[in-house]
Design a protein around this ligand. Sequence first.
Ligand code: ZN
Length: 260
Amino acid sequence: MADAFATITQRRMTGGFRIDGIEGKNIHIDPGPGALVRTYQFGLDPRKVNAVLVSHSHTDHYSDAEVMIEAMTRGMTRKKGTVVGSRSVIEGYKQFGPCISKYHLSKPEVSILEPSKSTKFGNIKITGTKTVHGDPMAVGFNLKTKDFSISYTADTEYFEDLHKYHAGADVLIASVIRPGNEKLRGHMCTNDFIKLVNEVSPKFAVMTHLGMKIVMNDAKKEARIVKENTGVNTVAAFDGMKTNLDQFIPRQKTLNDFEK
Ligand SMILES: [Zn+2]
């Protein structure tokens, strides 16, 4: 469905983000604190979410997952929706997780993802991508339709093979939490992201989850630096940011000019 109206709406640093209209599905990724409230605030309906994806067991990525699932299943009254998460999120792994109660997993379809493992969600293939992060089970997500691919690194540090998991992405979304070359274990800084963007060559790159050390003005600057060093259109996600992704879909049948 190349003519779908796909958008990505940032739900604040910790609210995760939503991808709407991809093969007719609305997907909320990493619903951390405030995800539900922000969804309403930005005029979206959490009941219209078809899938909740949770990358790992850190609270800023999962804390609103259960309320989002309640919205998706109309208060747990319907077998509805899909939940995809890391093993730590769904089953728990050592001291990590589980992050969603068995009760909340009883209505939706549930899939556990590992790196390079895939699950079908309608016409979308969701593949786990490898991370190097505090939660050893943490995964990113690659969403692929027949003509479009969005990849999300989740929290990870840069490693040599990272780009292989995101190869072919039209849109690359990454958690970048430090400016310049400020290394922090388990996370990427701007310089890491420049390397990754150059390797993946997406049409559009989004820096999300910008840590407290990057305030908004600086975040814009960091995004500009990425753009200058990669030639790739790059933005720093901000609260409520909404981007029409149709322009990044190859072989697009119709141009949806909503929001232009
Ligand atoms: Zn984390």
